[in-house]
Design a protein around this ligand. Sequence first.
Ligand code: BGC
Length: 521
Amino acid sequence: MVMAALSMDEAGRYDQGRLTLHVVWTAVVAAFGGLMFGYDIGISGGVTAMDDFLTLFFPRLLRRKNQAHESDYCKFDDHTLQLFTSSLYLAAMAATLVAAHVTRKQGRVRSILLAGAFFILGVIFNFASVHVAMLIVGRMLLGLGVGFANQAVPLYLSEVAPARWRGAMNIGFQLSVTIGILVANLVNYFTQNIHPWGWRLSLGLAGIPATVIFLAGLTLSDTPNSILERGLASGDGDVADAAEKQAYEVLCKIRGIPDVRAELHAMKQASQASQAVQSPWRAMWKKNKPQLAVTVALQVFQQLTGINAIMFYAPVLFQTVGFKSDAALYSAAITGGIKVLSTLVSVALVDRLGRRKLLLEGSVQMLVAQVAIGVLLGTSLKAGQEPSGVVAIWIIVLTCVFVPGFAWSWGPMGWLIPSEIFPLESRPAGQSVAVLVNMLFTFLIAQAFLSMLCAMRFAIYFFFAAWVLVMGIAAFFLLPETKGLPIEDVDSVWRNHRVWRTLLPPLTEAEARQQHMRQIM
Ligand code: BGC
């Protein structure tokens, strides 16, 4: 047994790993999951605006669109068309629940591979679509991929990363989401002029990241945490010993230091605790209410920043200031580019400043920008005018203040924090909750947004601003800092938090002993 003769003194501290080439490679591969998600989010808006696409699948809508006024938001209001976009979110919600089971019982890599396979199938269906049903089936297959990828990839990144760089590495996922959205928008800009099959190209190009995820996923080894946990779960001593040896080797390779016994020891304790848990869902409900509440709130709040609605509205603003038919390109390049760069800022700062400071700063920045946009739009609309060129320029500038506020705070933290706050046994289930709630609220806001815009007009900015205020206050009082803590030790933050500790059941004697051992290591 690797750990047999280990005393606490020999073990030393265990957050010393280097950023090895192996870790960087796993991050790059895993990040393709984010690229695929971003591409799928970004591609549908442009494709559903292409006449060739509408002619083939939604001819009735095309007639309506041609008769409508440029600024008429109701022109795209069609249930089947909405189903094309939203079927992805619905399928992802269902898939992520299955993914929780697969990721725990079969390992993180198995889920990543399954995601890749679903992505490839989905792209084939979409690319070859000849009727609406094929389109929707393709979109649902992509959704199954998203359900698995968004569940397993952030988890994989957080477990593989050295504690000191966990934030930065995990945000690689969100970085690739933003790159995926940007690339999709640029692709649509060029393919809209390729008649009549430009839309096929837009949907088909997703085949590249899909194939990369699948093939490169075959080169990944699972996380040592998962290898150990599954070895113990087999109930066979030999299998468990072999798994421990394998986990040790993998950990040496990813940490790049000769002695990883202390970290392995903590993982082993977490794996042992995990064995007592039959149903991670029930355990999560009983023991991890604080984590669950924070996870749900992070996702609801991330979507209630209004990011997707505001990004949707940006091309219209660019049109108003005179970019005409190039508006979509400029809007995508400018706001999308800013989003990518700001996410990089988050990568650089998250492990130095911590999660809380970024969330709080981002909230203030978004709040100021949204209130200012609301006031500007409100005053020009009250005067009975559409926003003038100058007002629209100011709104664009303020949108460019809003976007980084989101991109270095609630955007990445929505994926990072749920992946690091749950104990090993309920980590996959916890991350599934994150995916499920994220998809649900993305879907709900996408469905409600056009009607809300019609009814509330400029006040929609105040609506989102009010939520940003609420989330800033909630983060200030309720979110503990998790920066730099080894993943199997993050649990302690809840017991030390003055609000959350009141919700937790008392530690059993064994748990108290384990916690004490970890603290003195
Ligand atoms: C969110 C998406 C959003 C994207 C924008 C993601 O974290 O979940 O809804 O479109 O960030 O960058």
